[in-house]
Design a binder for this molecule. Structure first.
Ligand code: M6R
Length: 607
């Protein structure tokens, strides 16, 4: 939610700044802005509503003369306070036009602050960030660092801020609480960014700021401070897996990321699973099995929630441990009754989702057992507890989560199998599952080969305004995830139900123009779902089935997508992947912006 990118160095790198902003665009793409400062305090400021490309065109059109700008701050916005307008676009400016601020997060007490500042300053925007710019001016004591200490003492909420004093070129001050901020370096270029994506192809090393830490960039280097004390911390080297891949022949990152899934799976289990001996080797999982766990509760949002629910169905089938999955914002809305025998797992691709982060704070405060499963290395949630595993899905650029969902379910399965093996329970089942899972990348590759057929069907179904998505048991949360992907990517209204629930009300909507998508591979509940399909068919509703090739009722479906021959367990994965392709191609048929669906952001850092 909002991306910050800032830079100081000897080179005038507006192109690099705009590219960095592009890498952060998935955090928000309502509008973007840039401010540059020369050694002589010349100021360049440009803002544009819409994508970074709109800002880039404006920046390109500008006549750059011979002025050399060496201090830059830039921002891409996901609107929270105030509409999508140029006035609300960052950087925000103090009244004396001296201080420039970019911000990610929410200042919860901005109204009170604005009220008191209004006596002296007039405001041009509806944002909470403008309040920070005015505060900097009102509290300025001749030193930006000490001023920022005073500013943040007045703020309630979550923030990462980068601030420039236009009378002091070459210096940028950054500070954070609950929102991420990273500082990177290569030679004498120093960067600040909301996440590693903008830096990974530029910096050689980086440091992730802890809460309340301040980074001061000056003279081509940086220092980190906490309460005025300098923090000595070794910078980390940027790793290959943290770099964003080229698109290659794919038309979008979302498409590339779906096709990356077989390779991602191999990456997830590499060094963790020994398929030959059907065993799992992982220190973290060993540590987990030493804990006295009687229950597991997964807390997450969006696709990560569905990943948790899918796993939950598996887990309930095989385990003696009770498991549940809960939407993080609902966890926050309920009364928390701490349970010392429950392991609370926080599942998040970005590791920044505010609802998940806040839930984790509550659980940690009660000293309950916490565990995270996160994709983005070094993200906030991954730094809040010692015990956790990375989902190792590499950088996911598409706002719609695809490869990471599969990786998350995988890590959860690996965790359960490890627990089963260590507790000497269900050994044969667990070992059987391991050997079955080794076939998964091949099966997913087979599912992906159906791409052209799925594309044709997606074109046909793209004319509808509404769809139901149904499934039972494992395929109930799979239907939820597929429906989320259809909404998010194609903007077609779709709702998911347990197949058995349709007759309890939603069936009233079924008609010739209201299709139903159903997941019904061969398995325990096949026959029951067939009855539900008949109920739809009797009302002339078109039916698209994700089915097994040996389905004996193919005549009931209007159209079918056949899943590769596998066990029911593996068909959960192949079904998900096929539904991702279907949602992607629906979106393409409707000419949607697949990687950046409207109104959304990849990293949801507000509650
Ligand atoms: O980063 P997280 O996994 O915590 O994100 C949770 C949701 O915001 C996310 O899964 C969202 O629903 C996706 N855009 C769905 O594709």
């Amino acid at each position: 939610m909002c991306g910050i990118f800032a830079y100081t160095g000897t080179k005038d790198c507006r192109e690099m700044l705009v590219n960095g902003l592009r890498m952060l665009e998935y955090r928000g793409y309502d509008s973007a802005g840039i401010m540059a400062l020369s050694e002589e305090s010349d100021i360049f400021l440009e803002k544009a509503v819409g994508r970074v490309s709109a800002l880039a065109s404006k920046v390109d059109e500008k006549k750059w003369d011979s002025i050399k700008y060496t201090t830059w701050i830039a921002h891409t916005r996901w609107a929270t306070h105030g509409g999508v307008t140029v006035e609300n676009t960052h950087p925000h400016i103090s009244t004396n036009e001296r201080f420039y601020v970019v911000h990610n997060g929410i200042i919860e007490n901005y109204k009170e602050l604005k009220k008191s500042l209004s006596e002296k300053y007039s405001f041009y925007s509806q944002t909470d960030t403008e309040v920070v710019a005015k505060l900097v001016e009102s509290l300025y004591d001749g030193n930006l660092k000490s001023t920022m200490e005073k500013v943040v003492a007045k703020l309630v909420g979550a923030y990462s801020l980068a601030v420039v004093d236009s009378e002091n070129p070459g210096e940028i001050v950054g500070i954070k609480l609950w929102s991420p901020l990273i500082v990177g370096k290569s030679n004498d270029w120093v960067y600040i960014s909301s996440d590693i994506n903008a830096l990974s192809n530029l910096a050689e090393s980086f440091s992730i700021l802890e809460d309340n830490e301040m980074v001061v960039i000056e003279n081509g280097d940086y220092s980190i401070f906490m309460s005025w004390k300098k923090v000595e911390r070794d910078a980390e080297a940027v790793q290959e897996g943290q770099k964003i891949d080229e698109l290659g022949d794919f038309t979008s990152y979302t498409e590339k990321e779906i096709f990356d899934i077989p390779a991602v799976l191999e990456n997830v289990w590499s060094g963790r699973i020994d398929f030959k001996n059907k065993s799992i080797h992982n220190e973290t999982l060993d540590a987990l099995s030493d804990l006295d766990i009687e229950r597991i509760c997964i807390i997450s949002s969006g696709s990560s929630y569905y990943a948790g629910e899918i796993w939950n169905y598996f887990f309930r089938k095989f385990s003696w441990i009770q498991a549940s999955a809960i939407i993080s914002s609902e966890f926050l809305s309920d009364v928390f009754i701490p349970d010392s025998k429950t392991l609370y797992i926080f599942l998040s691709q970005s590791g920044e989702t505010a609802d998940v982060r806040e839930s984790m704070k509550i659980v940690k405060a009660k000293r309950c057992m916490t565990f995270w499963i996160v994709n983005v290395v070094g993200s906030t949630i991954a730094r809040m507890a010692d015990l956790g595993l990375y989902s190792h899905a590499w950088v996911e650029v598409g706002v719609a989560s695809t490869k990471n969902v599969i990786a998350q379910i995988w890590v959860l399965l690996m965790m359960s199998i490890s627990l089963w093996l260590k507790k000497d329970l269900q050994i044969s089942d667990a070992r059987e599952i391991i050997s079955e899972l080794s076939r998964l990348p091949d099966k997913i590759s087979q599912a992906l080969m159906q791409g052209p057929h799925i594309k044709k069907l997606a074109k046909k179904y793209s004319v509808y305004n509404d769809m139901f998505v149904l499934g039972r048991n494992y395929f109930y949360p799979v239907a939820g995830e597929a429906s989320l992907k259809i909404k998010e990517l194609s903007y077609i209204h779709s709702e998911s139900y347990s197949a058995g629930e349709l007759k309890h009300g939603p069936l009233a909507l079924v008609s010739e123009t209201f299709p139903t998508i159903v997941f019904n591979p061969m398995g325990k509940f096949y026959a029951k779902t067939i009855s539900n399909i008949q109920e739809v068919s009797a009302r002339k509703g078109p039916i698209l089935g994700f089915i097994s090739s040996n389905d004996t009722h193919k005549e009931l479906y209007t159209d079918t997508i056949e899943l590769p021959e596998t066990s029911e367990l593996l068909s959960v994965f192949t079904g998900l992947v096929s539904s991702y392709l279907f949602a992607l191609y629906l979106a393409e048929a409707l000419e949607r912006d697949v990687d950046k669906p409207r109104n959304l952001a990849k990293s949801v850092t507000v509650e």
